[in-house]
Design a protein around this ligand. Structure first.
Ligand code: ZN
Length: 198
């Protein structure tokens, strides 16, 4: 996660999966291009170059509404999120690292590595299934849509770099603030920020 949260024109994050954030360079660029308003700033993190001095934005809001295309990338994280961190064989909940990626139809039988053939499984069930091929997941896996993943994501805690994010993220689970995720000091930049073309 980067250090500046990007909200859409409707004040919702542009994306929940992953949470829409940008690097400090991109945040500065977007502000100078006048594509967004600054909503919140870091208290102690300041950038000083010969021609610019600014407090780093912690939250920006786009001026133009950006529509989400609803597409979801295939990834281990998104499979586990679709399955709500639950083993699809025994039905128990687990931490991210305790879950494996299980091919419902094994690869050696032509099973593909795609959303409709992969489920989250705990290590025990994954091993059992290697011996008892007839084990079937509780739910037939499907391609998730973005909104389903966004709903599931909001049920999991999120760790953020600045306390102000709590006022904008309407999360179902806890929003944990870890200020070590962002600098808390003045950054002197001797050259002007080269990407600004001032
Ligand atoms: Zn299991």
């Amino acid at each position: 996660m980067s250090t500046t949260l990007v909200l859409n024109a409707d004040m919702q994050p542009v994306s929940f999966v992953p949470l829409s954030t940008v690097s400090w360079q991109d945040a500065v660029r977007i502000i100078f291009l006048e594509r967004a308003f600054v909503l919140e700033e870091y208290d102690l993190w300041v950038i000083r170059s010969p021609s610019v001095q600014m407090r780093m934005p912690s939250i920006i809001r786009l001026k133009q509404y950006q529509k989400h295309n609803g597409k979801v990338e295939f990834s281990r994280h998104n499979v586990i999120l679709r399955d709500n961190y639950t083993c699809q064989y025994c039905g128990k909940g687990f931490a991210f690292d305790e879950l494996t990626f299980d091919h419902v139809v094994p690869r050696r039988e032509g099973g593909k590595t795609k959303f409709d053939n992969i489920v989250a499984a705990c290590h025990d069930c994954n091993q059992k299934k290697a011996h008892f091929h007839k084990m079937k997941p509780k739910h037939t896996p499907k391609q998730p849509d973005y909104w389903q993943l966004a709903t599931n994501r909001k049920k999991r805690p999120v760790t953020v770099p600045h306390a102000t994010w709590k006022n904008y993220l309407f999360w179902d689970a806890e929003v944990v603030v870890d200020e070590n995720m962002a600098p808390q000091n003045v950054w002197e930049v001797t050259n002007d920020l080269p990407f600004l073309n001032l």
